[in-house]
Design a protein around this ligand. Structure first.
Ligand code: F3S
Length: 412
């Protein structure tokens, strides 16, 4: 890779260990992906989940601080594995807080959310950024028209240097659609966009899909639900919605003038099949309700409040709505948190039912409206999944039962 004299000096260690290790990471990735040089990036989003990074992650971040590492660009933080306000933390939870504090010392914003978009953290069209958390990349690239690869640990290196290798989604030629998904059924609500995202991700694999047939511009909540499920079921960092997303004013432009390599029809039966594949639980008692994956917006909290105004969560159910601290505070100022808490809901901040040291136990019967939560809970807690609309999940939280009125009653 061609490096400027300043970048070469960082790599040679002339500007300290943090910048040297960062440049070593970036040049290694760049060489593997045939990057010609580095591109300046204007923000990063960092994953510091302590359940994944452990003591080694804590030691690395603290050493960066001790050796003078400071972030060169704005950096937000993904969901962490503990609520920062929790009293009596375990050693691991305290380690998670130390990781967050290390990032804050280097200049990060402690946003602690897998849905930074509802916190107003929104790269603009054409901006080059370096964001980790796979689910954020499809939204950044597709909905906002900014440019990021699905970064991992390299996001910390980008935060320190303000650079990323010039490859992948930073290049025009890699942003065109590759397969066509003809959507021939009405899709609405976060649950259905989540199922559509899961199916689209699996059909696409590492190819960029163009969805045709979405008649109405999805809401931010629907896009976020789609993107999270899309990312966890596939490897692509972008999708297009013909006639709607900014780089797809029409199908021809979305494909860059080329023909799609493959076409698929997504009809009502395909969505029903995706639902059946997502939900492996049968009708009966519910242990946990989990809404807010990715973290719930203020609108979603208000909707839940309206649905729960005259209801009370069953004593037999742990009823979670996950969000981030800033949205929690905004909802609290409106009295929404008080109503939800009074109805027996635990509105969590910073973490969620599975990104937590206190994740749901093995075999939990978990009701959710999120295909991402469904997949995570199945893989980390061997959960039985009950999948439906937000209203289905709230009804199950109140009655303590997943039954005939709800999404996958008795289907197995
Ligand atoms: Fe966020 Fe947890 Fe879902 S971190 S994306 S709510 S699995």
């Amino acid at each position: 890779m061609k490096l400027t004299p300043d970048q070469q000096a960082m790599l040679d260690g002339e500007q300290g260990w943090p910048l040297q290790i960062a440049m070593q990471m970036l040049t290694a990735v760049g060489a593997a992906l045939d990057a010609t040089d580095m591109i300046p990036v204007t923000s990063t989003h960092l994953v510091i989940d302590g359940t994944a990074l452990g003591e080694a992650g804590r030691d690395f971040l603290e050493r960066l601080v001790d050796e003078g590492g400071r972030f060169a660009i704005p950096a937000s933080i993904n969901a962490i594995a503990v609520d920062r306000t929790k009293a009596d933390m375990s050693t691991e939870e305290h380690d998670q807080i130390r990781m967050l504090q290390a990032c804050e010392k280097m200049g990060a914003l402690p946003s602690c959310s897998c849905n930074p978009f509802i916190q107003g953290i929104l790269p603009t069209f054409g901006e080059h950024v370096a964001w980790s958390e796979s689910a954020t990349a499809p939204f950044v690239n597709s909905v906002l028209g900014a440019r990021t690869n699905r970064e991992g640990a390299t996001a910390v290196a980008s935060a320190l240097t303000g650079l990323a290798p010039r490859c992948g989604m930073h290049l025009d030629k890699n942003r065109h659609g590759e397969i066509l998904l003809r959507v021939e059924t009405d899709i609405s609500g976060v649950d259905q966009f989540s199922l559509l995202g899961a199916l689209a991700g699996r059909l696409a694999g590492d190819r960029i899909p163009v969805l045709d047939g979405i008649a109405t511009t999805p809401s931010t909540d629907e896009y976020v639900a789609f993107g999270a499920a899309f990312a966890i079921h596939g490897a692509a960092a972008m999708f297009h919605v013909a006639g709607i997303t900014p780089e797809a004013p029409d199908i021809g432009t979305a494909f860059g003038g080329a023909a799609p390599a493959e076409e698929f029809i997504i009809d009502e039966a395909a969505i029903a099949a995706e639902h059946a594949a997502t939900a492996n639980g049968t009708a009966g008692p519910v242990d946990v309700v989990s809404i807010g994956c990715p973290h719930a917006s203020l609108d979603q909290l208000r909707d839940a409040e309206a649905m729960l105004k005259n209801g009370q969560a069953s004593r037999d159910v742990t009823f979670y709505i996950h969000t981030n601290r800033s949205t929690w505070d905004a909802a609290d100022a409106e009295g929404v948190i008080e109503t939800l808490t009074g109805a027996g809901v635990s509105v969590t901040a910073d973490n969620c039912a599975v990104v937590s040291y206190d994740r749901v136990p093995t075999g939990t019967r978990l009701a959710t409206n999120s295909a991402k939560m469904a997949l995570f809970a199945r893989s980390v807690s061997d959960a039985e999944i009950l999948f439906g609309t937000t209203a289905d999940c709230i009804a199950a939280g109140i009655t303590g039962t997943w039954g005939s009125g709800t999404g996958n009653s008795g289907t197995g």
